[in-house]
Design a protein around this ligand. Structure first.
Ligand SMILES: [Zn+2]
Ligand SMILES: [Zn+2]
Length: 270
């Protein structure tokens, strides 16, 4: 039987998620998911909903309990918001050696939360924000000590909420910035996440969108992870098979995982 690696799953150790790691492992057996990369939000932006909500001791205990039950393999991860900006502050709250992987996420551009519609208020041209977002991602992947780049392109969620069209192709609009992002990632061993949460939202797309994933592949990106970004029972592990199908169509042969911060590919089967 084919088993997926879901490398982006939140537990109740994130303030905006509800299920324990053990409960998620039980659900995983019926999906089927063979490995779960758990992440907890570690957000240091003072306006973030999850700011101050991370408790490493509690989180690691939760993962140990889930692992002891003997279900899917439990991989320990963190989702650090704006790691290129907040690494020093964030690193006081966790011990790097405890983790299998670190995921870097860009949620905030200064004081704008890119997945909220308010981010697009007072913008004459929403694509200016999109360009700013990619420039900031380029900074992140150039310096941050992360293994996975999370949900690149999540601004589409904010755009849809703001009633804006998301029918544009950033590989045509900002090809140089995207190429520089992917070149830095390949140089530094940062793997692209294909996040399937957008498939259950009105924008109905992965983050990144298919043309961006295709660009990554065309310049030599072969390593990817799949992540459902599950926060609740009803969307646990959602979209993994659709994500795997999309990757196969684009010529990828694997979607991997990190153990002790080393990537391994798993064959993709759809
Ligand atoms: Zn995120
Ligand atoms: Zn997440």
């Amino acid at each position: 039987m084919k088993l997926y690696n879901d490398m982006h799953v939140h537990t109740a150790s994130s303030p905006d998620a509800e299920l324990s790691a053990s409960a998620l492992c039980k659900i995983a057996c019926s999906v089927p998911v063979g490995r779960i990369g758990f992440v907890a939000h570690l957000d240091m932006h003072p306006l973030d909903f999850c700011y101050g909500g991370f408790d490493e001791k509690r989180y690691l205990k939760e993962l140990d309990n889930a692992s002891a039950a003997g279900g899917p393999e439990v991989l320990r991860g963190l989702e650090i918001g704006e790691p290129h900006v907040y690494w020093d502050e964030a690193s006081k709250l966790f011990h790097l050696k405890e983790y299998d992987f670190i995921t870097g996420a860009l949620h905030w551009l200064k004081n704008d939360l890119v997945l909220e519609e308010s981010c697009f208020d007072n913008r004459n041209d929403p694509l200016e924000l999109v360009e700013e977002y990619y420039r900031e991602i380029r900074k992140m992947v150039s310096v941050a000590d992360v293994d996975i780049l999370a949900h690149m392109g999540i601004f589409r969620r904010g755009m849809v909420r703001a009633g804006l069209s998301t029918d544009f192709d950033e590989t045509a609009l900002f090809p140089e910035i995207l190429r520089e992002i992917f070149t830095a990632m390949l140089d530094r061993g940062i793997v692209l996440e294909v996040n399937t949460a957008g498939l259950r939202r009105p924008e109905k797309t992965t983050y990144p969108s298919p043309p961006v994933i295709a660009l990554y592949r065309s310049i030599g990106g072969t390593a990817v992870t799949l992540g459902s970004d599950s926060h609740r029972k009803e969307n646990a592990f959602f979209g993994l098979s659709a994500g795997a199908r999309l990757l196969t169509e684009q010529g990828f042969t694997e979607a991997g995982f990190f153990r002790q911060r080393v990537y391994s590919g798993s064959p993709l089967q759809c």
